[in-house]
Design a protein around this ligand. Structure first.
Ligand code: PLP
Length: 358
């Protein structure tokens, strides 16, 4: 057999198979998030792999996001760019007409009225010249005041044409436009230097250069927070944010968490707090003034807070129920900074209200 379809996929190299067998059969098989020795070994193997990928692509290890393939990397890159655009009120995306379907189909989703982040993104597809190269001038012409993202592949999968990604990236940086390049065909064939070229996001897929199927990476520069694609990831992120909030509040004292503590018995994002000696209605007003939006249960017609029938049914005494605040955390909405800000505000408000009650 003469295998000349290496752009579709490559034979897995013995070195890659050895490395995988070593991890799967050895001590590093465990869940890297687990808090035991086997988990630590898996975490070390994962971080070593991250350092190796980063060294090959000249990025920082912290800029390597693991994904399952090039398609997922591209999907996530476009969603990240769209999330940025939606935040900034810029809803125009530029790509080339010769991108891989994993880019083009996602652009169609973003353009549709019911697409992610409110949909309705305007998409301009720039055509290449007759050799398959997209001109820098054509991309420049397509840019608008409201362009949030440019996605241009590093090299094309059908004709092999290398695109002027560095020049286009430089142009985007000057206009605060995010730049993504699909380097799935380029990786392993041309020298990639993520740091030098200043890309915001870059996609690679292992099976295109003798690695295993089911492994890819999206490099995301520290300027960009990748939009989570998988719900499970979001849930563990929410769990971490919740743990951060709860430990800050309980360490300070006078704060209790109601409801189940065991993660398998509760939603990760809902935290029911009881703030000893603090009337929740007054707390809500002060927190709102501090720019922190939480809830104290449902509001009755007059706008006052109704006492919770759920807490009552749980047998929570009414004097405790009157101190109840609900904080609900979301993986895309919240981050460590906003959690810390909320924890500080809750503690300050509690102290102030306890002081005025004395
Ligand atoms: N981008 C380009 C340019 C490709 O050629 C391919 C695969 O052919 C992909 C993305 C998708 O990669 P994967 O097969 O890992 O999903």
């Amino acid at each position: 057999m003469v295998y000349l379809d290496n752009a579709a996929t490559t034979r897995t190299s013995p070195a890659a198979m050895d490395a995988m067998a070593h991890v799967m059969a050895g001590d590093a098989f465990a869940n890297p998030s687990s808090q035991h020795d086997a988990g630590d070994a898996a975490l070390r193997a994962l971080e070593e792999a991250r350092r190796e990928v980063a060294a090959c692509l000249r990025s920082r290890p912290s800029e390597v996001e693991w994904v399952s393939c090039g398609t997922e990397a591209n999907n996530q890159a476009l969603l990240t760019g769209a999330a940025y655009g939606a935040r900034e009120g810029r809803r125009h995306i530029v790509a080339s007409a010769i991108e891989h379907p994993s880019v083009l189909r996602m652009l169609e989703r973003l353009a549709s009225a019911d697409g992610p982040f409110g949909g309705g993104f305007d998409v301009t597809l720039v055509r290449p010249d007759e050799t398959g190269v997209v001109g820098v001038a054509s991309v420049k012409e397509a840019l608008r005041e409201d362009t949030c993202l440019v996605s241009l592949m590093y090299a094309n999968n059908e004709v092999g044409a290398i695109q002027p990604v560095r020049d286009v990236c430089r142009m985007c940086r000057k206009r605060a436009i995010l730049f993504h390049t699909d380097a799935v065909q380029a990786a392993g064939h041309v020298h990639l230097d993520f740091a030098r070229d200043g890309f915001d996001m870059l996609s690679v897929s292992a099976h295109k250069f003798h690695g295993p199927r089911g492994v890819g990476a999206l490099l995301c520069s520290k300027r960009v927070a990748p939009a989570p694609l998988l719900l499970g990831d979001g849930a563990s992120r929410v769990e971490a944010l919740r743990a951060r909030l709860v430990s800050r509040l309980t360490e300070a004292g006078g704060v209790r968490v109601l409801g189940p503590q065991e993660p398998s018995l509760r939603l990760p994002g809902i935290v029911a707090l009881a703030l000893e000696g603090v009337d929740h209605e007054s707390a809500l007003v002060l927190l709102d003034e501090a720019g922190v939006c939480v809830s104290a249960g449902s509001a009755c017609a007059a706008g006052a807070v109704e006492s919770s029938h759920v807490l009552a049914a749980m047998g929570v005494p009414s004097e405790v129920a009157r101190t109840y605040l609900r904080v609900s955390i979301d993986a895309t909405e919240n981050d460590e900074c906003s959690i810390d800000e909320a924890a500080d505000a809750i503690l300050q408000v509690a102290e102030r209200l306890r002081g005025s009650a004395r």
